[in-house]
Design a protein around this ligand. Structure first.
Ligand code: FAD
Length: 373
């Protein structure tokens, strides 16, 4: 069959890039299809948990080579600016998605085929896939990996269940010049959402917030929302008054959904946000994207070493492994988000965490994994 690859990966965010790099390193004929050229900015908090470092090292990806900031402290404030502080046992680093995704791309471009196009259709028939792009190219593969992020045209095409449910969240992100410690990631609450601050490799501070559409709608525009709602928190008030924007205008995304998804659909192995999105306040979505790519790749190699290969068994094993690894983290993320966004529960939560300081680090631990071997 012409145009046949071993594996087609749809989406070149961290999940797709990690899987592509690992599979290509093991001589798989991989084709990655991504709709945007690199480098590009993305709406993201840009704090990455250190749990990914051993795996990144094994792939030859070094975030510190481009100046990523080492982060070891966490600070959280309630809507009125009452602060709690904790040290991060595992820690993390601050790097823009512009630089981070591009590090992977620069390594991958010499090892795998990369096509810049939007996938419109994926069909599975007689044990193989055909993938059609916007430019009407049709490619074939034995396996397809879905790494197309939290919400894609392909979710509609595949008629995924979560697309029928409400998605009442939006997010805004921009880089600023502002005096902020290199070693800290902060999470400041406001009515209807929360805003993360951390430094990136360029010394710019990334400010990224998630808000309910309902709370945003009252102000209707980003400037007004920041001035009237976010600035009720004194930390955010100081930030938005003093910080100098670097972007011409902030990046925005809407219709963010945290509903449950399936890790395998229509025989497509879903990685990263395509399989499930953790609440951003956990600061662990990128590590989960990288970890899901690791889980898939190692399982894939193992399955191929056996003399008889069973596709359905591989799908079941991946789904079970994915749930075993991430279901609890997603549940804890949902729980923390519910507490933070409920004024009464949040007040009680902050009071408890003040009296029992070990609560905060324990909660952080429950949303993170251990270092990836
Ligand atoms: C507000 C907010 C803040 C966050 N902050 C953090 C944080 O601080 N730390 C953290 O670890 N995580 C954070 N996350 C989560 C993190 O951004 C995601 O978990 C992570 O980006 C997932 O990577 P991914 O590869 O699955 O998806 P993505 O990075 O979204 O990549 C998906 C890719 O697929 C491409 N694509 C989509 N459809 C198609 C198509 N049809 N054809 C071709 N290409 C396609 C897109 O262009 C995109 O590049 C945050 C999320 C949000 C919403």
């Amino acid at each position: 069959m012409a145009n046949k690859r071993d594996i087609i990966i749809i989406g070149g965010g961290l999940a797709g890039l990690t899987a592509a790099l690992r599979l290509a390193n093991n001589n798989c004929k991989v084709c990655l299809i991504e709709k945007n050229e690199y480098p590009h900015h993305k709406v993201c908090g840009e704090y990455v948990s250190n749990e990914v470092l051993p795996y990144l090292n094994s792939l030859g990806v070094d975030p510190f080579s481009v100046g990523a900031k080492k982060i070891s402290k966490f600070e959280i404030t309630d809507v009125k600016g009452f602060p709690l502080k904790a040290s991060l046992s595992l820690g993390g680093f601050g790097i823009s998605r512009y630089a981070f995704d591009n590090l992977f791309f620069e390594l991958l471009r010499h090892k795998a085929e990369i096509i810049f196009d939007t996938v419109e259709k994926v069909t599975f028939e007689e044990n193989h896939f055909s993938v059609t792009t916007q430019r009407k190219d049709v490619l074939y593969a034995d396996f397809v990996i879905g790494a197309f992020g939290k919400r894609s045209n392909l979710d509609s095409f595949l008629n995924r269940r979560f697309m029928k449910k409400n998605a009442p969240w939006l997010a805004v992100k921009a880089h600023y010049e502002y005096g902020f410690p290199d070693d800290t990631v902060a999470l400041h609450n406001f009515n209807g959402g929360y805003c993360g601050l951390s430094k990136t490799e360029t010394n710019a501070v990334n400010a990224c917030y998630l808000a309910t559409f309902k709370s945003f709608k009252k102000q209707g525009a980003i400037d007004a929302f920041q001035k009237k709602e976010l600035s009720k928190n004194p930390y955010l008030n100081h930030f938005f008054n003093e910080a100098k924007p670097i972007f011409k205008k902030p990046l925005t995304i809407s219709q963010i959904s945290f509903h449950q998804k399936e890790p395998v659909e229509n025989h497509i192995f879903m990685l990263g946000d395509s399989a499930g999105l953790i609440h951003p306040l956990c600061g662990n979505g990128m590590a989960m994207a990288i970890r899901s790519a690791q889980i898939f790749s190692e399982m894939f190699f193992e399955a191929f070493q056996k003399s008889s290969f069973d596709r359905i068994k591989l799908e079941e094993t991946y789904a079970a492994h994915w749930r075993g690894e991430f279901a609890e983290r997603l549940k804890t993320g949902r729980f923390i988000q519910q507490i933070l966004l409920n004024p009464f529960a949040s007040k009680v939560g902050f009071s408890i965490a003040k009296i029992v300081p070990s609560v905060l680090p324990k909660l952080i631990e429950r949303t993170h994994g251990s270092p990836m071997k």
